[in-house]
Design a protein around this ligand. Structure first.
Ligand code: ISL
Length: 553
């Protein structure tokens, strides 16, 4: 296995809007990140993935870009960006930019031209189709509810938008579009950035016959078979790699609905020269029913373990994995996979241990290092996320019980992960002296960075310990992985080893004491290296949410 900086590095993801506001306008900004660079460095991480900071009308908080080369003035503009990059490089931190290349904003100059007339030179930068018997061209629905087609009155044709109406899909079939994209990527490489996270990259090649989906009720299947993984996907990624990426020492991670065990390796196989890593969602959609995230089902630990095991097996020879349990699109990991009330600290630390002891590059989402948890706003008026509001309006139209639906919003909304970072216990959690764009989570009085800095046993300091442990022990990065108890519903036990050393990790994913079936594990021949409980060293049983990292003698 080839060794590289991006395999060994730990990534910290920043959602800039919610990170730190230095102007008092209620929106986080780049100077706010600069102010916290020493804090970020103190975690022990190596790489920052910055969610989009380009010019954008913010219909989807920056995932709708109107100028790919401009940094939004809301965030401090290009001057702030230059200082950020300099400040990061000075500290040995690398910067990964978020590139949203499947779609642009409808306010991008290309789209403004494209909509003008059927023979505009930019017309085929996007997908335009006539109506079908007075209806949209097919039955595809947008990720954010409703038809994926919008009729534009100027030419009376529909354009495709797999996300909001303000995010028209770019037509990668057009070589001019691909050339524009290559130039944009090259522009940022030349600026000295160290990598790219490529938004919904699995969607850039679609089924160009645009047939109706025969599975209108199975959204996942529709995405996989019609929106994603089209016949030219690998040609386009390979071309981008050849034309631009291969000339620089940068890392790439592609995000992708519709990426699964069948096709995942093809995106990252080191012989194919496409991407370095992908984000698949097999574990993140594990508690979704057929109807998606607003149709939740119970989390099954055996299934959860199977996802990590299957992917490790799939990628171990020729690929490389991305390890994450949350980001700006999902609810908070401690609320979802842990217990954010009785065992908040214990379960947040357990999840930190899981993240930092699996094979792959680790991605930590801002705020998870202090165990930030879900928010439950009293009213839908308090929510901002387009996906949440789209689902709400659909439920309303179906005549659902909206009191019950609000409970689902509490559990599933992407805004759970987007509340401002809780820096301290002062007004607005120290995030802003103004009015935050999204309300602060009330738990900030007890859960905040300042308090955890002062507590040696805090979640924050546990993250620091685990990151340092991973860095000091490359077996945690490159070593083999095997789950020992695949069927157990409460305990997750796995080994990591190389030719020189061997570790076992024992995690109790339950609110109860669990005995360990010790007979084949030889735990008496191990030494406890890290644990999330004080004064415990039992090899017979684990306390609720107890996590142990042991080394074989
Ligand atoms: O958010 C999701 C589930 O709640 C996903 O379906 C998500 O929409 C999908 O993974 C794509 O996400 C990315 O592209 C979107 C943007 O809204 C997300 O923030 C981004 O991460 C459109 O650009």
């Amino acid at each position: 296995m080839k060794k590289t900086w991006w395999k060994e590095g730990v990534v910290y993801q920043i959602y800039p809007r919610s990170f730190n506001d230095t102007t008092g306008n209620g929106i986080g900004d780049i100077y706010g990140i600069i102010e916290k660079l020493d804090y970020i460095k103190s975690l022990g991480v190596d790489i920052i993935w910055l969610c989009p900071v380009y010019d954008s009308p913010n219909d989807d908080n920056g995932y709708d870009i109107s100028d790919y080369r401009a940094i939004s003035e809301d965030f401090g503009g290009s001057e702030a960006f230059g200082k950020l990059l300099e400040g990061m490089h000075k500290r040995g931190l690398k910067l990964v930019m978020d590139l949203v290349l499947n779609h642009s904003s409808d306010e991008h100059a290309w789209f403004k031209e494209s909509r003008k007339s059927k023979d505009n030179p930019y017309r085929d930068y996007y997908f335009w189709k006539p109506s079908k018997n007075g209806n949209p061209p097919n039955n595809w629905v947008s990720f954010f509810s409703g038809s994926a087609w919008k009729k534009d009155n100027i030419t009376d044709e529909y354009f495709l938008h797999l996300f909001t109406k303000k995010q028209p899909d770019l037509n990668w079939e057009n070589p001019k579009v691909r050339k524009e994209i290559h130039d944009i990527v090259e522009y940022w490489c030349k600026k000295g950035v160290d990598g790219f996270r490529m938004d919904v990259i699995s969607l850039i090649s679609k089924n160009l016959d645009f047939p109706d989906s025969p599975y209108p009720d199975d959204y996942g299947k529709t995405i996989k078979n019609y929106y994603a993984n089209g016949s030219k996907i690998h040609q386009y990624l390979n071309e981008l790699n050849r034309e631009v990426l291969s000339k620089y020492d940068i890392m790439t991670v592609g995000e992708g609905p519709g990426i699964d065990l069948d096709n995942g390796l093809n995106y990252v196989n080191e012989d194919r020269n496409e991407l370095n890593m992908i984000f698949h969602f097999d574990h993140m959609f594990i508690d979704n029913g057929l109807g998606g995230k607003y149709d939740p089902i119970d989390l099954s630990l055996p299934k959860f373990k199977k996802v990590f095991g299957d992917w490790d097996e799939k990628l171990k020879d020729k690929g490389w994995g991305s390890i994450f349990l949350g980001n700006h699109d999902f609810s908070r990991m401690v609320s979802r996979f842990g217990n954010d009330s009785t065992f908040h600290t214990e379960s947040a630390k357990l999840l930190a241990m899981l993240l930092l002891t699996l094979r792959g590059t680790v991605y930590i989402y801002q705020g998870d290092e202090i165990g930030m948890s879900n928010v439950a706003y009293p009213s839908i008026e308090d929510y901002n996320d387009v996906e949440t509001l789209g689902s709400w309006n659909e439920a309303l139209a179906r005549g659902e019980d909206m009191t019950e639906f609000l409970k689902l919003v509490h559990k599933q909304s992407r805004d759970n992960a987007r509340t401002p970072i809780q820096w301290n216990s002062t007004k607005n959690a120290g995030f802003s002296i103004g009015n935050p764009w999204l309300k602060v989570n009330k738990k900030y009085q007890t859960i905040n960075v300042e308090a955890q800095e002062q507590d040696e046993n805090s979640i924050l300091n546990f993250y620091r310990r685990m990151i340092a442990f991973r860095k000091a022990n490359p077996v945690m990065v490159y070593g083999d992985y095997e789950c020992i108890n695949k069927a157990d519903k409460n305990l997750y036990i796995y080994k990591r080893w190389n030719d020189h050393e061997s570790y076992i990790i024992l995690l109790n994913f339950s609110n109860d004491m669990q005995s360990i079936n010790n007979s084949e594990l030889n735990l008496s021949k191990t030494e406890l290296k890290v644990s999330n409980y004080d004064n415990t060293n039992s090899i017979e049983a684990l306390q609720p949410w107890e996590a142990q990292l042991r080394k074989y003698n």
